[in-house]
Design a binder for this molecule. Sequence first.
Ligand code: OGA
Ligand code: NI
Length: 208
Amino acid sequence: MQSIDKLLSALENKGWFISDDLFPADLIHQLFLEGQQRWEQGQFHDARVGRKQHLAQAAHIRGDSILWLDANDEYPATQEIFKLTGLMQEAFNRYFFLGLKHAELHYARYASGAAYTRHLDQHKNTSARKITLVSYLNPDWKQADGGELVLYDPLNPSQELQRILPLAGRTVIFRSELIEHEVLPCKKPRWSVTGWFRDDEIMFDIAA
Ligand code: OGA
Ligand code: NI
């Protein structure tokens, strides 16, 4: 993870970071296989917007299906990504004094046609989310498959910062309270592991 220095300075200077080799290609591939296996076993559920009593199943806002990961699950790639996010968390805390306590991670699978409208990851009930991480798992993703992540400029909200194709091995990291973003509709199933570094303790009643 030599890119960690680049990651830290990009987060500090502009609030977001992209890399095509932050995580080993083999890990990304294994995560994809584990995710597909668990999808086929029916372990995913529709993503919801909001938490707890505010839950609303709003497919017009957010059309993906998710599966929360657990560091104790018997899936080797899942265990490995938690190890790596643990190291990243230590680096964030050393560099930014963020007091991060844990990372929450889920698979997200957007069916063909699904999207996620423009939003911030840190809203009312989620101020504990400090840093967002998205790692894409899609082999052979083409421009025509769509599903780009669009990042918007916090200083000039109508300005796009970047359109990012969800290619396998690509990781995007940004400050959750700062960077508005959206997922454009995709034309085939779109896979990622998405997560947040948080400054609160682990909750056992994760609702979303
Ligand atoms: C999210 C999100 C982006 C992506 O889950 O909050 O914005 O590219 N995901 O999947
Ligand atoms: Ni988001």
